[in-house]
Design a binder for this molecule. Structure first.
Ligand SMILES: *[C@@H]1O[C@H](CO)[C@@H](O)[C@H](O)[C@H]1NC(C)=O
Length: 951
């Protein structure tokens, strides 16, 4: 390959990388709009916050840093009085106590029908008003720094004790945690006085920012708490709409059943499945989205009333108010809907009240009737599936929150004359949305209404024998001309579509649907349910023109795992728009890729309109968007790996009589010679079933083997673009020797006492940046070609500059010309700068936390004893010491090591590269730690002897 095409290739690589970053970014943003749009009503309130000054230093040393507020609805509640049960809201990263207002206001306005008047439903019940307390963390950035999280937890613990002290004993408190606040809340468990915990948009299994070891260990101990503690915990997840917390990490780990087969209450509810909400909800929107907040508020009111009951009862309360329909409702506490008759007596009915029909279709029913539907005798099947849809009415105990009076009950009769028919128990009984034809679903800024929803009732019925016909009896009551009912039978076998991932990538897959049935289920056992794949579904409808008039235009339900369900209106996606299917059942670094998902199409049988076929394929734009959000941190880690490899190469090439080549040279060598092999290798490694925390977290799933080379190209391209950038500022090289040891001791002392090591790292980086800038100036003047050296992107000339012997350096080794030594030292410094630059994104967020804390709460808070910032292990001198030594040495013009050394620091760089590639994507902070250890090695073997030996 000629030099020219060589450089062109590198240029292309850089352009490719930038293009990819742009694509990932754009596609990532589009996800919010396309995958799981949000339909939420805004919420309104009249807030006020009463500072709880009683929580002072006698309770916690953090009293001056954080505070506690009591929410009061202006005009509805007096500011001081505490009348009910306490609830504590814990805000998340950069959150505020004011985020409690939507939920708290809703609780007040549900409990009271008007100021100081208790709502009729609660007047004689055990429910009492709830007092919402909220923590104020001054918008601390708890997602980036474990010690901030520790401080918040300590304060929250004190706040819980303080709040409990305000009430008569015994009392208990309910915790609500948003985002990282949920992590704080779980850390408070086990607590004898916490009756339940609801987390909202909280990551439970994988920290959203993996830049701090402490956060990882907090999450690990939280997982143990979630495994062992009996407090009911419910996790609300916003799904793909939440760009900050990948929803696969929002799923609570399910504890294994103990010997008795019972497990603690752990429920994950996706808002896309939450009955009555059926919408994706963004990260911040989770606390104010009306459809979610009123349910949370109601659950809290009911939980407080059930606080004295067993954890099982509290779990049932949560299941009732935050239902996602994944299990048929348990035996609920009687909620006044229906009269719960367990049998009907056919002989007691007057003949004119009973109708026989093969299928049921009632538009606007007006009369109470009992319908007897003969169960078909299909010899090929032993079971038949009875399906009934009821719009806006109730099949106890399921209904929209504000249902019509219309009630339906379903019974199984073994003959038409049999006197007593038992209630038919459903396999599925849930509420599904009722999208309005021609309107997007969910309706933007509006969403679903409390009276909307179709109750779906599905039950397995044994088919009749030829001697005896059995029936399903459907009892319709309180019909007032609103709503509709439709019912019928179908086989209970789902359509199984055996298409695999590669078949889908290659050609997509078409699926024909049987003619009109109420409910068609399709199973894709071989397709992945992973957050890294987005499918595209195109449907075509029979008699599409009639769909608009159908009682139930085709509604698609997509279910993966037992947590997550999404609903789509197939009507609105005609004719241009496709439906995008996504899932969070598994994801990188969280779990092994899971296979299989179900599609269910609901249609009513009143119009010929039905689904003719579905065509499923991969949606690449969405898929790329998912990769971008999942692997941003991997790019940083791998960037460190690439620079480490470049340094490895440079130090190898710099052995013997040759100088260390410059950064651009090494990187381009890497890009042209090693990259092809690395690409092949990365694909090969992707097939190895490594643990979830390693490599790209996909446990060797072959479908994802293409991600590694794609990312690798991006990273190399980015490294080239960065490596080619030259520092422009220059100044005189620092030649005066300062008393380095003293100044360094001073910095170490600062770290131990006061500043986090990340700050020292930034200082080291700045200092080194100037060293490099100065070095550039010296090399430039030494080469005698100042103009040409203020140069183009990648300079090839630097190391081929003719030696200029007159520029003698006292520290150069005798085997080297002094100019070579200068160039070597300068080039080495550039590598170190590049390495530190790639490590900076890992260190910088903690830096931001520190600056913010300093600015927000003052020195005292930062330094406050026991605050997590005082004398903590985070003042880790060891992590930053080698960098300080290194840059100090470089700043004084020291060369890095004897090129002939046997045990060479270049091997340390190989170790760093391996750590960056294999462990970096999951734990970027680990790369920084390994980098530091390797730099200790470099210091000890490379510059150590001379560092101490110099005078
Ligand atoms: C907390 O719970 C314990 C154990 O149930 C109880 O003895 C104690 O009184 C409770 N504390 C408060 C302040 O209610």
């Amino acid at each position: 390959m000629g030099m020219r095409s060589h450089w062109q290739a590198i240029g292309f690589l850089g352009a490719y990388a930038l293009l990819c970053v742009l694509i990932f970014y754009r596609a990532g943003l589009d996800i919010v709009k396309t995958l799981s749009p949000q339909g939420c009503r805004m919420s309104w309130m009249s807030p006020s916050y009463v500072l709880q000054a009683g929580l002072d230093h006698s309770w916690t040393p953090l009293a001056s840093r954080y505070s506690l507020f009591l929410y009061r609805e202006v005009g509805w509640e007096g500011p001081g009085e505490l009348r009910g049960s306490p609830v504590l809201f814990i805000p998340g990263n950069a959150g505020s106590s004011h985020q409690v207002r939507s939920i708290a206001s809703s609780a007040t306005r549900q409990y009271f029908s008007s100021p100081y008047h208790v709502e009729a439903a609660f007047e004689h019940g055990p429910q009492r008003p709830v007092d919402f307390f909220a923590l104020e963390f001054n918008e601390d950035l708890s997602a980036f720094d474990g010690h901030t999280l520790d401080a918040e937890t300590a304060y929250a613990r004190a706040a819980v004790d303080y709040i409990l002290s305000l009430y008569e004993k015994p009392t208990s408190i309910i915790l609500l945690g948003h985002s990282m606040g949920g992590t704080v809340a779980v850390s408070l468990l086990p607590h004898p006085n916490v009756s339940a915990l609801i987390t909202m948009s909280t990551a439970h299994t994988l920290p959203p920012a993996r830049l701090d070891r402490r956060i990882d260990s907090i999450l690990a101990s939280n997982r143990e708490i979630l495994r062992d503690d009996s407090t009911p915990v419910l996790s609300l997840c916003g799904g793909a709409t939440d760009l900050l917390v990948p929803a696969e990490s929002c799923i609570l780990p399910v504890p294994e059943a103990d010997d008795g087969g019972s497990t603690f209450y752990r429920r994950t509810v996706f808002t896309s499945a939450l009955e009555g909400a059926w919408t994706g909800v963004g990260h911040k929107e989770m606390v104010w989205c009306h459809q979610v907040r009123w349910r949370v508020a109601r659950a809290v009111i009911e939980l407080a009333a059930a606080a004295e009951h067993s954890t099982k009862v509290r779990g049932q309360v949560l299941d009732k108010w935050l239902r996602d329909g994944h299990a048929p409702p348990a035996s609920f506490v009687d909620d006044g809907v229906g009269d719960h008759r367990d049998t009907i007596d056919l002989s007691a009915l007057r003949p004119e009240e009973v109708h026989y029909s093969d299928a049921l279709l009632l538009r606007r029913p007006t009369q109470s009737h009992t319908y007897l539907l003969p169960i078909p005798n299909t010899p090929t099947q032993s079971n038949s599936l009875f399906t009934l849809y009821l719009s806006r009415g109730s099949i106890a105990p399921i209904s929209p929150h504000n249902p019509l009076p219309l009630r339906v009950s379903v019974y199984l009769c073994s003959s038409s004359t049999h006197t007593s028919c038992p209630r038919l128990s459903p396999t599925i009984l849930k509420l599904v949305p009722e999208p309005v034809p021609d309107k997007p679903f969910p309706a933007p800024d509006e969403g679903s209404d409390e009276s909307e929803g179709v109750v779906v009732f599905v039950a397995n019925v044994p088919i009749g024998t030829s001697e005896q016909q059995s029936y399903v009896a459907v009892l319709i009551e309180d019909a007032d001309g609103r709503g509709w009912v439709t019912a019928g039978f179908a086989g209970d076998e789902p359509i199984v579509k055996d298409v695999g991932m590669f078949g889908l990538i290659w050609a997509g897959s078409k699926l024909d649907f049987p003619a009109s049935t109420l409910r068609t289920e399709v199973v894709f056992p071989k397709l992945l349910s992973s957050s890294l794949v987005v499918y595209r579904l195109k449907s075509s409808l029979r008699d599409a023109a009639t769909c608009k008039d159908a009682l139930m235009p085709p509604l698609l339900e997509h279910t993966s795992d037992h947590f997550e369900t999404h609903y789509f209106s197939l009507l609105q996606s005609q004719p241009h728009q496709a439906t995008l299917l996504h899932s969070h059942a598994s994801g990188p670094f969280v779990s092994t890729p899971l296979h299989g998902f179900n599609l269910i199409v609901y249609t009513s049988n009143d119009q010929p309109c039905s689904v003719e076929n579905l065509y499923i394929s991969i949606n690449w734009w969405g898929t790329l968007g998912r990769w971008g959000t999942r692997y941003a941190q991997a790019v940083i880690a791998w960037g460190v790996g690439i620079v480490a490899l470049a340094l490895h190469h440079a130090w190898g090439a710099g052995e013997g009589p040759r100088p260390v080549p410059n950064v651009a040279e090494s990187l381009s060598y890497l890009a042209t010679r090693w990259l092809p092999k690395m690409l092949v290798l990365s694909v090969a490694v992707s097939f190895i079933p490594l643990p979830t925390g390693m490599w790209l977290g996909n446990v060797g799933a072959p479908v994802f083997a293409g991600i590694a080379p794609l990312l690798l190209l991006v990273v190399v391209g980015l490294a080239l673009s960065c490596g080619a950038r030259r520092p422009t500022r220059s100044r005189e090289i620092i030649s005066a020797r300062r008393n380095a040891l003293v100044s360094m001791l001073f910095v170490f002392l600062l770290i131990v006492v006061f500043i986090p090591w990340q700050v020292a790292f930034l200082c080291a980086w700045i200092y080194h940046f100037y060293t490099c800038a100065a070095g550039a100036a010296v090399v430039r003047s030494a080469s005698g070609k100042p103009k040409e050296h203020s140069i183009p992107l990648m300079s090839r000339e630097e190391s081929t500059i003719p030696p200029s012997p007159e520029l003698a350096s006292p520290r150069s080794s005798p085997s080297f010309s002094s100019f070579d030594a200068l160039v070597s030292a300068y080039n080495t410094n550039r590598y170190i700068l590049l390495l530190m630059t790639w490590l900076l994104p890992i260190a910088a967020p903690v830096l931001a936390v520190w600056v913010r804390t300093l600015a927000g709460s003052g020195l005292q808070a930062v330094w406050g004893a026991g605050s997590g910032w005082g004398w903590s292990s985070d003042r880790n001198v060891l992590v930053v010491a080698p960098w300080l030594v290194l840059v100090e040495w470089a700043g004084m013009g020291g060369t890095m090591f004897e090129p002939s050394l046997m045990l060479s620091p270049k091997h340390a760089m190989l170790v760093l590269a391996l750590a960056a590639f294999f462990a970096g994507p999951r734990t970027p902070y680990f790369v920084l730690e390994v980098g530091s250890v390797m730099m200790v090695f470099v210091c000890a073997f490379g510059i150590g002897p001379r560092y101490w030996g110099r005078s």
